[in-house]
Ligand binder design. Structure first.
Ligand code: ATP
Length: 241
């Protein structure tokens, strides 16, 4: 089974999320993408979020009709209120997999820009193969050399990318770094990063929250699933106070 973790606030989940998840499914032949709303997001400390249960309910609605996408509680709030770190979530997920399974971690290109602040980022990069989806304004489609150069500035200290290889709809790079030496068992512990360079979903949850707060604003179905919009409005998630 080829399975990807796709974490996020999903407040609300939108067509950008579904679009990049389905592109990853098709291009990398994934069997399943776990869309996991995050309990407490360490890098969005000051931002109020809708309750976890509501974000989970909206993710369930957004995944309906896209069978490889499954809402997952793997990143649910911690009982002691601690932040949720992707490194820990990937570890937990790995423990549930069988020997032949392959684990991926899907993020948008804007997340790559904060990667060096992530908890145990270099180690997280070898717990799974990373899939980075282009997002308008971040990592434009460019030559292999330009992308490698951009990545050098974004990857955690000591981690380097090399050997770019292009396939249909993806660019794959090998990652090497201090925590990526061959393991004692002789298995390669090198990381791999897959870029999906030509995706242009010009939508953000921030804009959608503003649009949902404005009762008169019409939101096109192509950016927000009407069932998600209805849920958000019925529960008054983004009403102005
Ligand atoms: P906000 O506007 O509240 O910051 P968001 O739209 O960025 O939200 P998140 O739930 O924070 O959505 O994103 C979860 C993941 O999805 C992140 O890895 C983010 O990079 C990615 N993502 C979100 N929107 C897009 C998009 N339009 N294109 C590509 N990736 C996206």
């Amino acid at each position: 089974m080829r399975i990807a973790l796709f974490g996020g606030s999903f407040d609300p989940p939108h067509s950008g999320h579904i679009g990049i998840a389905m592109a990853a499914v098709e291009r990398l032949h994934l069997d399943r993408v776990l869309m996991a709303p995050v309990g407490r997001q360490p890098l969005k400390r000051d931002q109020a979020q809708s309750p976890y249960e509501d974000r989970m309910a909206m993710v369930q609605l957004a995944c309906a009709g896209h069978p490889p996408l499954v809402a997952s509680a793997i990143d649910a709030p911690q009982p002691d209120g601690r932040y949720n770190y992707t490194y820990d979530t990937l570890q937990r997920l790995r423990e549930t997999l069988s020997a032949g399974d392959k684990l991926f971690c899907l993020v948008g290109a804007d997340s790559l820009q904060t990667l060096h602040h992530w908890h145990r980022a270099a180690e997280a990069l070898i717990l799974a193969e990373w899939i980075v989806a282009a997002r308008p304004g971040f990592i434009p489609e460019a030559s292999e050399e330009a992308l490698e150069e951009a990545l050098e500035t974004l990857l955690p200290a000591g981690v380097h990318s090399s050997q770019p290889e292009r396939g249909e709809g993806w660019l794959r790079l090998r990652l090497t770094g201090p925590s990526m030496a061959p393991s004692e068992s002789g298995n390669s512990r090198q990381g791999r990063l897959w870029l999906l360079p030509d995706l242009h979903y010009d939508v953000s949850a921030t804009d959608l929250r503003a649009a949902l707060a404005d009762e008169s604003a019409g939101i096109p179905q192509r950016v927000l699933d009407p069932r998600v919009a209805e849920y958000a409005r019925e529960h008054g998630l983004y009403d102005r106070t």
